[in-house]
Design a protein around this ligand. Structure first.
Ligand code: ZN
Length: 134
């Protein structure tokens, strides 16, 4: 079973401003921008070699990203690992004692099914498992 770093999620206050900043930094425009209404978040993706950078901007004060920024400020929000069988990985990790934020994978941005491990399980680093929808 594979487990490879897919992207790093970064919570930002001003998505437009951060988008421009990273565009200049990487010398490349984002390959995708997508709003996930259920999460009240807009995501902007940059391809940087093997792993991507996902900028996360809140679309509402109730967004988890807004709450994260109020508590911790802007910065790294989560690490995401691509797996080839997300249900099996969830099963495996649950039996190894890991807690998940939700029990079932849901549809996330960038054509992926995603599931978050609870930060208390992973040493305060919010960790996402994702699997591409084929
Ligand atoms: Zn992510």
């Amino acid at each position: 079973m594979s487990f490879s770093l897919e992207h790093i999620g970064i919570a930002v206050k001003d998505l437009e401003q951060s988008k421009k900043l990273f565009e200049t930094l990487f010398q490349t425009p984002p390959y995708k921008s997508e709003t996930v209404d259920s999460e009240k978040v807009t995501t902007v993706f940059f391809q940087t070699g093997q792993a991507k950078i996902e900028l996360l901007g809140a679309t509402s004060p109730e967004s988890v990203i807004q709450k994260f920024i109020e508590k911790k400020g802007e910065g790294i929000h989560h690490l995401a690992f691509e797996v080839d069988d997300i249900e099996r990985q969830i099963e495996r990790l649950k039996s190894a004692g890991f807690d998940f934020v939700a029990d079932q994978p849901k549809n996330g941005s960038d054509n992926k099914r995603i599931c978050f491990l609870h930060p208390r399980s992973t040493g305060v680093v919010l960790t996402e498992l994702c699997q591409s929808i084929l």
